[in-house]
Design a binder for this molecule. Structure first.
Ligand SMILES: [Zn+2]
Length: 144
């Protein structure tokens, strides 16, 4: 159940990569069911705030409440996406990996968000290869 939602996020990341974009995917789930999936669209749409998590939330449309949802992401959420998770009161985040980017776990946890890291090696390898091949695109995504 949980795995199929994560797989949807992972496949979205692969899809972004195949489009020449940044390989980060995300998915919103409720009760183990996929609500929406998205991927980073910075390159595809020239949209600097279209991180994977933001794209998945946009794809989900208006939700009356997020308190019964889980946000999945192939990579640890940045400060912007963390702010959105806190703003929408999403209680739980499942992350593929946090080795290639540490994200904002401390901030998430300080606000009561449960963070689970899968240490998915496919995600680690995908990001390492991308960061090696496109260092400037990656630096731009995390504003460094
Ligand atoms: Zn982000």
């Amino acid at each position: 159940m949980t795995d199929s939602v994560f797989e949807a996020a992972y496949q979205a990341a692969r899809e972004s990569l195949s489009q020449g974009g940044i390989p980060i995917g995300a998915a919103l789930a409720r009760g183990g069911e996929l609500v929406a999936v998205g991927h980073n669209e910075r390159v595809q749409n020239g949209d600097p705030i279209a991180h994977g998590e933001m794209s998945a939330l946009r794809a989900a449309g208006r939700q009356r409440s997020y308190r019964d949802t889980v946000l999945y992401s192939t990579l640890a959420p940045c400060a912007m996406c963390t702010g959105t998770i806190i703003q929408f009161k999403i209680p739980r985040v499942v992350v593929g990996e946090a080795q290639t980017f540490a994200g904002e776990f401390e901030l998430l946890r300080s606000r009561g968000v449960i963070v689970e890291v899968l240490d998915d090696q496919r995600c680690v390898e995908m990001m390492r290869a991308f960061q090696r091949e496109h260092p400037q695109l990656w630096a731009e995504d995390i504003a460094e």
